[in-house]
Design a protein around this ligand. Structure first.
Ligand code: CMP
Length: 139
């Protein structure tokens, strides 16, 4: 079934001018970019987005990183988009990521791992709603 997932092209990737190359991997996988905006995340946005990781030792570093350079927030649409995008991204740690995945190709470390993708349809809906309204999304 066609569904939506939420994606972020992270600061380590925008800094290295990789937005187009990452979008090419996304589109080649059959996912459609139906909304996209380049923003600089503020502290409130970054903290809220990663609230579930608030107790982790890397939370502060993660929030600082997400605010350090512009990011590109996206809505992706396609058959089984949540699972498909997780496959296309590869493992969180680029050292464990499969060949051809975004993180294998471009990520620098487990923290600076180039992209975020939702882990469930429920979280996708919540994450999309943090950054987009329905009229921003053109399928
Ligand atoms: P993401 O998929 O956006 O979800 C949580 C993020 O936390 C993850 O990608 C990484 O960027 C970050 N992260 C996970 N593990 C670590 C770690 N050990 N050290 C620093 N950052 C991490």
């Amino acid at each position: 079934m066609s569904e939506r997932t939420f994606s972020i092209i992270k600061p380590d990737a925008t800094r290295r001018n990789l937005t187009g190359k990452i979008n090419a991997v996304i589109e080649d996988a059959g996912l459609r970019i139906v909304a996209q905006r380049r923003i600089r995340m503020n502290e409130a946005q970054a903290k809220k987005f990663y609230e579930v990781h608030a107790a982790r030792p890397f939370y502060g570093e993660l929030v600082e990183f997400m605010m350090s350079e512009p990011v590109v927030v996206q809505v992706l649409e396609g058959e089984g988009a949540v699972a498909k995008y997780r496959e296309v991204m590869g493992a969180t740690n680029p050292a464990d990521a499969a060949p051809g995945t975004i993180r294998k190709l471009y990520a620098e470390s487990v923290g600076e791992n180039s992209v975020h993708g939702s882990d469930s349809q429920e979280n996708a809906a919540l994450e999309i709603a943090q950054f987009f309204t329905e009229t921003d999304i053109v399928g």
